[in-house]
Design a protein around this ligand. Structure first.
Ligand code: PEP
Ligand code: MG
Length: 885
């Protein structure tokens, strides 16, 4: 198998393997494809991802075959460009860049201008006729290579540059002369030598392999691992390496570099969007060192900026570029994110990929592209990441609420967020873990800040443009972000900051609006999201194409209403115990639990009956005839016990039972392993009167609603934590008896079902027998995961991230169903259950019902519906449609 593929010049047209992103990475595959269709791409070659994995597994060494193949490929580049790598008279320079199958912006390493040394820099100066450019490139190379490959702190180089600028009274890097760059190069080289004890490597071949190692190693850095974990990217893919002839955007005023999107990645609007810089190299744009200029005139004018747009300053190159934008968008039938360089008037494309986008933009582009005839409805459904919808479903700032605007930066990632100011990523994580909402405020962000950005509800930076690290990462994560707010000035030591003339401290609350770049003092009121428009259109298409139904896990009136707005088609799980915590009832609940006789329990239950009945009346009214699965009491009883002296005193007063007796009874109820203790249907078996009361409340409410409104509810009564047929049989008899009584008393008869949850391995194994009694199954995959893995769902947090990092689980099994293990039990129960009872109604109500990968599994397995929390209902609708396609 090839270890290296070439592209550009007379390289062979790319074959299936070279086009495969898992082999050559996204960047490599697209570079080859662009070169094949005749676009201006500098020639180069790609080392395949397998070599990365071999290198990492094999003690950081390269095979002889790889060395030989790279040498051949390098010759291809030399011949195409007509320059020699390491040739002092006319040197070829290359860039070395990572490129995984799934893009990880800013996460891995890049080295530019490789091939320069004390001799080739002179050659570059002569052939380019521009000494200044040659030395600027050399210092850039030492700085990047020093940082990325040799591990020298980049701050040391930046400091030297700052001092040089200060000494000369310069503001911008571009003001330094050739001689001043030469002096700086000498300083940079001594910095390297001092730090490493050996001189900066002069041999271009050694430089090349050093850079390749660094790219491979960057796959395994902590920040890359964190990024993959947050984005569900497997750790075993590896990265490709792209080595490509350099073209220079820093050859004077007819040269430039930039990044562009073919549509607006924030809003989805069909308008070119991007930034560029004259006389610069790529990293200048992204790193936020110089503030970039707008690409189009319209944008520049809208922003009131005075530096010319590319459209105005380089009309010819811009015209060609826009032609290529359209061509690439049609070719890939998706919005493209493009890097380009203009070298002395000639345009080059360095990269294209499907651009990252906000949920709002994804939605708009998908719907627009169907209208434009670029894609069909099914493709549109597949284009939107269901999880990203979450961003659209949450409140935005109320336009009428008062705003105390401190400053306005760039609207880098939409959405609004309020929270406490934190000044570094670790603090952000710490405070967020305490349950606080925080806004991470930084001069600019770097990949080391990822964990803090994830923990924060919003991000604010003082520097950097719309394509800066902060902006790109925030958009990807769905965090609101305001970047380039230049009035923000941070004093790290005092942990304070000033915005204009206002002084603030870490911990003060601010609000940011990523839609218009505003930064406000305090918290600003919010309004509910807009569910019509593009969202409505896409959801309509999704509903047309999905097989499974989508229900919700809900028990309050608000949740039920919200879920219906989001399109829920019924309730898949109403956890009745949640209703027991209401202030007015908890003491009756405690009285029931602590009673030591059936009589005592019944007295307390009589108090609860009317309350429960009214809960169910509300739910049935809101759900208006849609199916409602109501689960009888499930949790370990100790969850309801009084804690602390005050609660015991209150209870003693309310019930008239002496406090000592209450304490003793509470002690008796103590369990060592409550999750596997006296809970679920075991409560119903030992205290049938509890389930009796609940069944009565359900039926009385259903009869009342059937009489009062036309929409007769169909209650589906669900028994939790069943392990045996007999448990279900005994409890179904209780429910049926109550139903008969209530129907006789009220004179109203209703359809209803009695079914069970499958939450224990034994229940899954014995599903055939259990289906003789149970009229439906709902997979309680939270408990089924807990009991199958033997991992406590409440304690797993302490070690599961390590498990995911070490590749033991691809994802947290409580978030995304362990299809290989727990999934087998689900499949088995489906098969055995339906063998007994044809057409047995099947659903899932664990958290997995809102997880797209688990939803795809449910679709394959033939479940009838999934049930998810209200905000996840749209996610589930879209994921169910994607699963059907
Ligand atoms: C489950 O176990 O998956 C379930 C839905 O029940 P609960 O989360 O209430 O235990
Ligand atoms: Mg459960």
């Amino acid at each position: 198998n090839d270890t290296v593929f070439t592209f550009g010049g007379n390289a062979p047209h790319s074959n299936a393997r070279q086009k495969d992103k898992t082999v050559t990475g996204g960047k490599g595959a697209n570079l080859a494809e662009m070169a094949s269709i005749g676009l201006p791409v500098p020639p180069g070659f790609t080392i395949v991802t397998e070599e990365c994995l071999k290198y990492l597994a094999g003690g950081s060494d390269f095979s002889e075959k790889l060395r030989a193949d790279v040498a051949d490929a390098l010759r291809h580049v030399e011949e195409t460009v007509g320059k020699g790598f390491g040739n002092a008279a006319d040197p070829l320079l290359v860039s070395v860049r990572s490129g995984a199958a799934i893009s990880m912006p800013g996460m891995m390493d890049t080295v530019l201008n490789l091939g320069l040394n004390d001799e080739t820099v002179e050659g570059l100066a002569r052939t380019s006729g521009d000494e200044r450019f040659a030395w600027d490139s050399y210092r850039r190379f030492i700085q990047m290579y020093g940082d990325v490959v040799l591990g020298v702190d980049h701050g040391l180089f930046e400091e030297a540059l700052e001092i040089a600028k200060e000494d000369n009274g310069y503001y911008a890097d571009t003001e330094l002369s050739a001689d001043e760059w030469k002096t700086l190069v000498a300083q940079y080289k001594s910095i390297v030598e001092e730090e490493l004890g050996s001189p900066f490597p002069q041999d271009p071949i050694e430089q090349l392999w050093g850079a390749i190692s660094a790219v491979f190693d960057s796959w395994d850095t902590e920040r890359a691992k964190v990024y993959r974990r947050l984005n569900d990217i497997p750790h075993d893919m590896g990265t490709a390496v792209n080595v490509q002839a350099m073209v220079f955007g820093n050859m004077g005023d007819t040269s430039a570099t930039g990044v562009a999107f073919t549509r607006d990645p924030s809003t989805g609007e069909k308008a070119y969007y991007g930034e560029w810089l004259v006389n610069a190299q790529g990293e200048d744009v992204v790193a936020g060192i110089r503030t970039p200029q707008y690409l189009t005139r319209a944008r520049r004018e809208a922003a009131g900026a005075d530096k010319p747009s590319m459209e105005e300053a380089m009309p010819e190159a811009f015209a060609e570029l826009s032609h290529l934008f359209d061509l690439l968008e049609r070719h890939y039938t998706d919005m493209q994110d493009i890097e380009f360089t203009v070298q002395q008037g000639k345009l080059w494309l360095l990269q294209t990929r499907n651009g990252k986008r906000t949920a709002k933009a994804a939605l708009k582009m998908a719907v627009d592209m169907v209208d434009e005839g670029l894609i069909d409805e099914k493709t549109a459904i597949l284009r939107v990441d269901p999880m990203a919808l979450d961003q659209l479903l949450h409140p935005t700032l109320d336009p009428d609420a008062p705003r105390d605007v401190l400053t306005t930066g760039l609207p880098a990632s939409p959405g609004a967020a309020s929270g406490k100011i934190v000044l570094d990523a670790d603090t952000a994580e710490l405070w967020a873990n305490r349950g606080e909402k925080v806004i991470l405020v930084r001069v600019e962000t770097s990949p080391e800040d990822i964990h803090g950005m994830h923990a924060a509800t919003g991000i604010l930076t003082a520097r950097g443009g719309m394509t800066s690290h902060a902006a790109v990462v925030a958009r990807g994560m769905g965090r609101p972000c305001v970047s380039g707010a230049s009035q923000v000035s941070i004093a790290r030591e005092g942990r304070t900051l000033s915005i204009g003339d206002r002084e603030l401290s870490e911990g003060d609350i601010i609000t940011i609006d990523g839609a218009n770049g505003q930064v406000m003092a305090g918290e600003v009121a919010t309004i509910e999201p807009e569910l019509a428009g593009d969202f409505g259109t896409l959801m309509e298409w999704a509903d047309k194409h999905r097989r499974m139904r989508v229900r919700t896990n809900a028990e309050t009136e608000t949740e039920c209403r919200m879920a219906r707005q989001f399109g829920a088609e019924g309730i898949g799980l109403c956890r009745t115990e949640h209703m027991f915590f209401d202030a007015g009832r908890i003491s009756a609940v405690r009285e029931m639990i602590l009673a030591d006789t059936e009589k005592g329990r019944r007295a307390a239950l009589d108090k609860l009956l009317p309350e429960q009945r009214s809960d169910f009346v509300t739910i049935f009214e809101v759900m208006a005839g849609l199916p409602c699965t109501i689960r009888l009491l499930d949790p370990p009883l100790h969850e309801f016990l009084p804690h602390g002296d005050t609660e015991f005193e209150e209870l003693a007063e309310a019930t008239g039972v002496p406090i000592e007796k209450l304490r003793r009874r509470a002690g008796e109820l103590h369990e060592f392993n409550p999750m596997l203790g006296h809970r679920g249907c075991r409560l119903g078996i030992t205290y049938p009167e509890i389930y009796e009361m609940q069944a009565r409340a359900i039926f009385e409410a259903a009869c009342q609603v059937a009489r009062d409104s036309g929409d007769a509810p169909v209650p589906e009564i669900m028994i939790p934590l069943v392990a045996t047929r007999r448990e279900l049989e005994l409890l179904k008899a209780v429910v049926d008896r109550v139903a008969t009584d209530v129907f006789a008393d009220t004179g109203t008869t209703l359809e209803y079902l009695v079914g069970t949850m499958i939450e224990l391995p034994r229940a899954a194994l014995m599903a055939g027998e259990i289906a003789e009694v149970g009229e439906f199954f709902s997979f309680g995959t939270n408990d089924l995961t807990q009991t199958t893995l033997g991992v406590s769902r409440d304690d797993a947090g302490r070690f599961l991230t390590t498990y995911v990092d070490k590749g033991i689980f691809a994802r947290d099994p409580f978030v995304s169903l362990d299809v290989d293990g727990v999934g087998q039990l689900v499949e088995l129960a489906v098969e055995r259950g339906r063998a007994t009872r044809e057409g047995l109604k099947l659903g899932i109500c664990g958290e997995h019902g809102g997880d797209p990968a688990s939803i795809a599994f449910c679709d394959r397995t033939g479940l009838d519906y999934v049930s998810a929390s209200p905000y996840r209902v749209p996610i589930a609708r879209l994921a169910a449609a994607q699963a059907s396609l």
